[in-house]
Design a binder for this molecule. Sequence first.
Ligand SMILES: NC(=O)c1ccc[n+]([C@@H]2O[C@H](COP(=O)([O-])OP(=O)(O)OC[C@H]3O[C@@H](n4cnc5c(N)ncnc54)[C@H](O)[C@@H]3O)[C@@H](O)[C@H]2O)c1
Length: 308
Amino acid sequence: MRIVVTGGAGFIGSVLTPRLLAQGHRVHVVDNLMYGAQPILPFFFQPGFSFAEVDVRDRAALARELAGADVVIHLAALTGYPLCKKLPREAVEVNLGGATNVIELAPADARLVYASTGSNYGEVIGVCTEDTPLNPLSLYGETKTQAEQLFVARDNTVSLRFATAFGIGPRLRLDLMINDFTYQALHNRFLVIYEKHFRRTFLHVQDIARAIVHVVEHPDRLQHKVYNVGHDTLNYTKAEIVELLRRRLDFLVHFAEIGTDEDKRDYEVSYARIRATGFEPEVDIDRGLDEVIRALRLMRIRNPYSNV
Ligand SMILES: NC(=O)c1ccc[n+]([C@@H]2O[C@H](COP(=O)([O-])OP(=O)(O)OC[C@H]3O[C@@H](n4cnc5c(N)ncnc54)[C@H](O)[C@@H]3O)[C@@H](O)[C@H]2O)c1
């Protein structure tokens, strides 16, 4: 199949792309290279790989890149509430306008896969299912939710509400909670944690990529348009993640209410629906943490994000 991946040079896209290529698909990445081209350089050697430096806000250019696509996987976004808060106009233009463009310009018979997020739930008491009303609390959540509504109004479309990613990829994200905590613990040997009882699900980036490949390859198994993607065994509070790190690393921790998560990501989510299609994550928290520790030990990054 010819698969267009918008935002394919990002954290998830650069892990997803080689998995799609390995399955024999042709993969066309469309990305404005906000974070550079480094993550996708190894793929240019592969005959099935192609790339266009295009902004999803540019309708004429995007229309050219989407032509002939069997599947479009829409990852391009300004990701996370801090970035959207910093660039509010661009957040709306890219996250909502870009999504609108993809929906309007993709071939009518193409299947669309949208990268949605658990941030859409906002603050929820009880366990979220896909039918729980969405209550986004940040501009990031609002733009992702509104875009999801546009996607699910289209036939032949699936929206995947991913848990919070962690793990190592060619575009390293140190703003993700587990990656951030691990980096701080390793290099600063000190962690300040707020909202320590906040609970959410984590999902390794390789499993996010596997979930996308799964829905691309098994459309027959999809009875719904929206799926939570994660696993009940990967639900942890911040304090529990810190404890798991303390079993592996020597650092100081201070719990203090000095910040807040604007998306109020404190919720438990049911993953029964995606499990019924045959998807299970492969990376458990121990394997994932061990990978992150081994890799981040080698990093020589200055000015890391701090406890976001
Ligand atoms: N990482 C997570 O925890 C997570 C969780 C849930 C959902 N998601 C969603 O998955 C998608 C990918 O996330 P990620 O972690 O890979 O983020 P990322 O920031 O690493 O990747 C986003 C990519 O989109 C590109 N991009 C941004 N603006 C663009 C534009 N105007 N035109 C073209 N390309 C543009 C960037 O250059 C980048 O390569 C996003 O839509 C995000 O909302 C991520």
